[in-house]
Write a protein that binds this ligand. Structure first.
Ligand SMILES: [Zn+2]
Length: 163
């Protein structure tokens, strides 16, 4: 089943479980010369801005409890360079690491997610993803417990009819 029937418009929409966000504006502002700051690529969709902070795209997975699937947000996170250095320095085995950061975009369907404090985690600097959400919100509950397939459909109906 890759489509669902929408109660809002009566039509059929794609059953999408991947939600992406645009690149943070500062990236195009720097590359176009509008903002006089430096940008260094550290990896795929990972940039050091003005030698001060890092912007990185990473996954935030919300399990769909009654399906063998996840709702997958590809979010942008901002981390201070000092916090990254500190996290790498204090990581004992250099294999698993946890770094504090902030979400750039609010998350659709969820209130109170502006500039949300999160931690990103990685093992061997691969599979970098959001590993904790630090403010008590509905999003945090869903991140921990997962959502039902019915809730996913309600969220997608809203998503397809956002103005
Ligand atoms: Zn619809």
């Amino acid at each position: 089943m890759n489509e669902f029937e929408c109660k809002t418009c009566g039509g059929v929409h794609q059953l999408s479980t991947l939600i992406e966000f645009p690149q943070p504006d500062i990236i195009s502002q720097i590359t176009s010369g509008k903002v006089d700051q430096t940008l260094e690529h550290l990896g795929r969709n990972t940039m050091l801005i003005n030698r001060e902070y890092i912007l990185m795209e990473c996954e935030m997975k919300i399990p769909i409890v009654d399906r063998d699937d996840d709702l997958d947000y590809l979010v942008w996170v901002r981390m201070d360079k000092a916090d990254v250095k500190k996290a790498i320095g204090s990581s004992k085995d250099k294999e698993s690491i946890k770094i504090k950061g902030k979400l750039i975009h609010p998350i659709p369907f969820y209130d109170n997610t502006e500039e949300l404090d999160v931690h990103i985690g990685s093992i061997n600097f691969e599979e970098i993803s959001i590993c904790s959400i630090d403010r008590s919100t509905e999003l945090r509950q869903d991140f921990i417990r997962g959502i039902s397939f019915d809730k996913l459909i309600i969220m997608l109906e809203k998503y397809y009819h956002m103005d």
